[in-house]
Design a protein around this ligand. Structure first.
Ligand SMILES: Nc1ncnc2c1ncn2[C@@H]1O[C@H](COP(=O)(O)OP(=O)(O)OP(=O)(O)O)[C@@H](O)[C@H]1O
Ligand SMILES: [Mg+2]
Length: 478
């Protein structure tokens, strides 16, 4: 099984000094980079070849950035385009977003900011373009696996709502596949050719979320130097996926409710009513009934959102699906960890079926990957499965334990002859702890966590695989 190819970026920029630096940075992050120095050439390349993201300058020979956005977006509405533009041309940048650019950056920009935006665009593009099969996996594609009764009911629901434009609320515990279901609905909908914009409401600071969703006018708040077009406006005629909707503040809930009811948005700090035609999919792992009782979630919004609710069963309620899931994940992870023909023994499957899986399918996926790493080219035995299961859950530091306490414990073990190779062990365990905490704090954003730790995204990815972490379950290179 081959690994997924590296994300491809087309850089359209006529200034050679900018191209050189940018290209190097992007390549260091693991991207494949193609360069065009004229707008018209860039457009031609983007039409012909599959790219994950296009980064374009505004002023170029051949064709302006704005014209490029307009023409390219008309042909490939799902391809994210990032416009880089000098300060003072902000209005043009806004124009570009309206014409379909995914986002824009003002020069001089921060490299970290650009890399973050690129990572976001790549993820967004892959969400839109990677098809999701239901029930069975074909080759290496994304699929919702599980043939048991519970999942059959879910597929039926997806089929029922996909073609409509009804709002769907997707519920289920963490790792049960809510995002996967949102993508499946989108891809089977009549809006599949239009953009799918995902917003993780929990990952954006509350103060910025309203502006992210609805945009803002210049001067709406400190730091709002220019007008910004929000995700709702961008998703016009398409689909917006509001993930972690249970984390919305009450004030944002009010505004969202209004958008759903009246079908127009108002930018923060603005009066203009801008009509939007957007299909809304929402997801949460939270118990909204309790949140409503505690006045943390508005009932009217709940009823608006839950025209149709799809609830994903926890994995423990569908052990019959575990064998298929295990095989699917062995196929998907095999290439990644360098195992050509992965296999597993029946006792190991039985063991995995018996666990309770608080992290649901995502946790199972991590355990399978870890087991493959342990077993290498051997079949995954019961022992490997058990070891992988233990490894993916354990944290070396128990809560509130100090580093000093950890060292003392480790050295005491060595003194008693119960541990050897203490130095290597400590380094390994501390490193795992650091990566685990960083990725958790970054809410799964690998680019962010990598930046904090001062490592490349490639290293980040390798370490996450090595430690069996992969908390988002997403392979960044997909
Ligand atoms: N039925 C399934 N078949 C195959 N893969 C699945 C299934 N359900 C979940 N996964 C995989 O498990 C991981 C987690 O799924 P997903 O991100 O959709 O969960 P989620 O419900 O959104 O979790 P969270 O609440 O933590 O955001 C992903 O890698 C996804 O591909
Ligand atoms: Mg999710």
């Amino acid at each position: 099984m081959k690994m997924k190819s590296r994300p491809k970026i087309l850089l359209i920029e006529d200034d050679a000094s900018i191209v050189g630096g940018l290209k190097k940075e992007l390549q260091a992050e693991g991207y494949e980079v193609a360069v065009a120095t004229r707008g018209d050439n860039g457009l031609a390349q983007a039409k012909e070849q599959p790219f994950d993201v296009v980064i374009t300058d505004l002023k170029m020979p051949g064709l302006s950035g704005l014209e490029l956005v307009e023409q390219l977006h008309a042909i490939k509405p799902k391809l994210p385009i990032i416009l880089v533009t000098a300060f003072g041309t902000t209005e043009t940048a806004i124009e570009a977003t309206k014409l379909g650019a995914y986002d824009y950056l003002l020069k001089p920009f921060d490299m970290a900011e650009l890399l973050d935006l690129v990572a976001k665009s790549v993820a967004c593009n892959r969400l839109m373009s990677e098809p999701v099969e239901m029930g069975k996996a074909r080759s290496n594609q994304s699929a919702i696996i599980g043939d048991g009764r519970a999942m059959q009911a879910v597929y039926k629901e997806i089929g029922r709502v996909a073609a409509t434009t009804v709002t769907v609320l997707i519920r289920g515990d963490t790792g049960t596949g809510k995002e996967l279901v949102a993508r499946a609905i989108y891809q089977h909908s009549s809006r599949a050719a239009q953009p799918f914009i995902a917003v993780n409401c929990a990952a954006i600071p509350e103060t910025l979320l309203e502006s992210e969703l609805f945009g803002h006018e210049r001067g709406a708040f400190t730091g709002a130097h220019a007008r910004r077009v929000g995700r709702f406006e961008q998703a016009n005629h398409g689909t917006i996926f509001l993930d972690e909707i249970g984390d919305l503040s009450l004030s944002t809930q009010v505004k969202l409710l209004r958008v759903l009811q009246e079908k127009y948005i108002q930018r923060v700090g603005g009066n203009e009513k801008i009509p939007v035609d957007v299909r809304v999919l929402a997801a949460t792992h939270r118990d909204l009934e309790s949140a409503m009782k505690e006045n943390q979630f508005r009932e009217d919004l709940f009823y608006r959102l839950s025209g149709v609710t799809i609830t994903l069963p926890p994995l423990s309620q569908r052990p019959e699906d575990v064998p298929d899931l295990v095989k699917y994940f062995m196929q998907r992870s095999g290439g990644e960890v360098g195992v050509d023909a992965p296999s597993i023994q029946p006792e190991a499957i039985a063991f995995l079926q018996d666990q309770t899986w608080p992290g649901n399918v995502r946790e199972l996926e991590n355990v399978v990957r870890q087991a493959l790493l342990l077993a290498r080219n051997y079949s995954i035995s019961l022992e490997y499965a058990q070891e992988a299961y233990a490894r993916t859950r354990k944290s070396v530091l128990v809560p509130d334990q100090t580093i000093a306490g950890y060292f003392t414990g480790l050295l005491a073990k060595a003194e008693r002859g119960e541990a050897d190779g203490v130095h290597a062990k400590m380094i390994e365990e501390m490193e795992r702890e650091l990566f685990a905490r960083a990725i958790q704090l970054a809410q799964g954003n690998q680019a962010k966590a990598a930046r904090w730790l001062g490592v490349t995204r490639t290293t980040m990815r390798e370490k996450l695989i090595h430690f069996g972490l992969h908390p988002t379950g997403e392979k960044p290179d997909e």
